[in-house]
Design a protein around this ligand. Sequence first.
Ligand SMILES: Cc1cc2nc3c(=O)[nH]c(=O)nc-3n(C[C@H](O)[C@H](O)[C@H](O)COP(=O)(O)O)c2cc1C
Length: 187
Amino acid sequence: MHPNPASFNHAIMDAYASELKASGHEVRIRDLYALGFNPVITLSDYAMLDRGESPEDIRQEQDHIRWAGVVSFISPIFWAGMPAVLKGYVDKVFSLGFAYSFQGDRPKGLLRGKKAVILNSTGGSLMYYRKSGMLDSIRTTIDGGIFRFCGIEVLEHRFFMGVPIATPAERKMMLAEVRDIARSLPP
Ligand SMILES: Cc1cc2nc3c(=O)[nH]c(=O)nc-3n(C[C@H](O)[C@H](O)[C@H](O)COP(=O)(O)O)c2cc1C
């Protein structure tokens, strides 16, 4: 989730995907900006989803999620959360009846058995994130509010901090961490 193919986030995606492929995994990449994914949920989307039907752009993405054993989100942190395009992706694709349902008044995750990896880059430093409580709040909303809510086990949520001021050597170390994470995934 980054509009710039020369960004550090793209470098993370390239390192992650190539290491996964080298370990024998099949990889599907959904580069939401390159795809021109429309994150705005419309009135007609709402109407169709209410009838238990998925509009074409949503159905395609749900097929990818259905296929995946591990769903990985790679993105910068924008305003203490996900970039709008990714938030809109979750709004539309992780829909009622596909990602969760209700038993009485109790929510039930429908994506049990799947796992998630979240790789986020930040402008802020680790010290700021820890002191402010922001690290815990982002983990709570993304890991708990989205993935675990849908029954998905979060294997890893890693933050790469202070990316805009990181030295080339620090960036290299971060990408080595990314490759380690890819290698640690179950076959
Ligand atoms: C719209 C916008 C909002 C941002 N909000 C935050 C933020 O809330 N916290 C933070 O640490 N960094 C924030 N940043 C900085 C980015 O997270 C940082 O520049 C990015 O992770 C660096 O990765 P890149 O080189 O791949 O762009 C923001 C950047 C933009 C453009």
